[in-house]
Design a protein around this ligand. Structure first.
Ligand SMILES: Nc1ncnc2c1ncn2[C@@H]1O[C@H](COP(=O)(O)OP(=O)(O)OP(=O)(O)O)[C@@H](O)[C@H]1O
Ligand SMILES: [Mg+2]
Length: 259
């Protein structure tokens, strides 16, 4: 596959690319030379043991933390050590990349609709009318067309998480980063959130998700990446990585999580 090929509308085949990425905390390499490419319109599931660096990797992609070595490319934007504080690059990257967290982080004083309308108006300068029309469309798309006027306290965890996804989509990102977004949900509610992600991928969104849902990764991810102790220890299609892992580290991790 030739990643340097670009077509006018689609851009490079890999929307996000990490080259020898290093992130240190207190002198310790938390990300220890990560090189990876995330395919456009694919779900990549990132799995691995606690403390392995998964959240740090996601945060490095949208500039929530600085990096100490290597390069992050998001679409046509690149940043290297020291540059993550460059406001223009950061803003461009954040326009391209949306992020959803485990704990939703919805504004409690705003309705579902208000939550989704907020950033397009405040950050992107959209008119109220345009922001509302788009927000209603997005809430419908995540199956919450009937819940626009509900406050977060009136929604289930799965519904709150779907509002958070709609809110991220309101800024029209090309990439969605998801950090364990179903971890706080009852098993019953997890699948409604995971189904939304699979639908969004089918509509062309690029999704990079950290997850403990090995079953979902097996079923719906296009690629699986295993991150442990700051390194990618294995990657490939789910039927390979999950069903026939080649490295001892992946085998041990899967044994621990699958019981
Ligand atoms: N801001 C920080 N300051 C210092 N150390 C940090 C910071 N953020 C993360 N770390 C350390 O980096 C390592 C990786 O953390 P990270 O949160 O990326 O792991 P993770 O793979 O997401 O784990 P989990 O599955 O538990 O969420 C941990 O040892 C953590 O203590
Ligand atoms: Mg984490």
């Amino acid at each position: 596959m030739n990643t340097t090929t670009t077509t006018k509308n689609a851009g490079p085949e890999h929307l996000v690319e990490l080259t020898n990425l290093v992130k240190r905390y207190h002198g310790r390499a938390i990300l220890d030379g990560i090189s990876a490419r995330f395919g456009r319109g694919q779900i990549t599931a990132m799995i691995g043991p606690s403390g392995g660096g998964k959240s740090t990797l996601l945060r490095s992609i949208n500039g929530l933390n600085t990096i100490d070595g290597g390069e992050v490319r998001v679409g046509e934007h690149r940043f290297r050590p020291g540059q993550a504080t460059d406001r223009e690059v950061l803003q461009a990257v954040r326009r391209t990349v949306g992020m959803v967290f485990q704990d939703f982080q919805l504004f409690p004083h705003l309705t579902a609709l208000g939550n989704v309308m907020e950033a397009p108006q405040q950050v992107a300068g959209k008119s109220r009318t345009a922001a509302e029309a788009h927000a209603r469309e997005l809430l419908k798309r995540v199956g919450l067309g009937e819940r626009c006027d509900h406050y977060p306290s009136q929604l289930s965890g799965g519904q709150k998480q779907r509002v958070a996804i709609a809110r991220a989509l309101a800024m029209e990102p090309q990439v969605l980063l998801c950090d364990e977004i179903t971890s706080a949900l009852d098993p019953e509610l997890k699948h409604e959130v995971l189904d939304v992600l699979a639908d969004l991928r089918d509509d062309g969104l690029t999704i990079l998700m950290v997850t403990h849902e090995i079953g979902f990764a097996r079923r719906a991810a296009d690629r699986v990446v295993v991150l442990a102790e700051g390194k990618i220890v294995e990657e490939g299609p789910p039927e390979q990585v999950i069903d026939r892992p080649e490295t001892e580290r992946t085998q041990r991790f899967l044994k621990n999580v699958l019981g």
